[in-house]
Design a protein around this ligand. Structure first.
Ligand code: TYD
Length: 135
């Protein structure tokens, strides 16, 4: 998989009992998962993110609703990706400033990450991010 932000199709099978979704290392996800976290109960008028990562790669899913994710490469390119289905996930490579907008308080943002939590991997200041991307 090329290291650029992209919506990944998540396989699903539907039968009379309901739906099952699945993804696997190397098929749909290019990194080994070291950490899983999820964000929930985000109130209207709040969003999340507002940071970038130096090395961390992530696969992001919206469970039970819609999440819009703005990705900024710090070089003048911004794209908005809409997660509105359990059959879609967003691959976020390292080096993108992200803002996550939640469509409702009920939606859960499920994140599969390539590394354990490390505050040193975060860039939380946008100016610092722009400098980092220039260098
Ligand atoms: P933060 O990065 O601000 O959340 P968001 O992804 O919405 O920008 O994280 C909120 C707090 O949770 C912060 O104190 C760091 C902590 N945290 C961990 O301890 N481990 C984790 O895996 C994550 C994602 C966050």
């Amino acid at each position: 998989m090329e290291k650029k932000p992209q919506i990944i199709d998540i396989k699903n099978i539907v039968d009379e009992r309901g739906q099952i979704n699945f993804f696997e290392f190397e098929q749909e996800i290019s990194f080994k998962i070291e950490r899983v976290y999820y964000i929930s109960q985000v109130l209207p008028n709040f969003d999340r993110g507002h940071h970038a990562h130096k090395k961390l790669q992530q696969l992001i899913l919206a469970i039970g609703g819609i999440i819009e994710i703005e990705l900024d490469d710090g070089l003048g390119n911004k794209n908005i990706f809409k997660l509105d289905s359990l059959n879609k996930a967003l691959f976020v490579p390292a080096g993108y400033w992200r803002v996550l907008k939640f469509g409702s308080k009920e939606v859960v943002c499920m994140v599969f990450a390539s590394q354990k939590y490390d505050e040193n991997d975060y860039i939380r200041n946008y100016q610092e991010f722009l400098e980092y991307k220039k260098s």
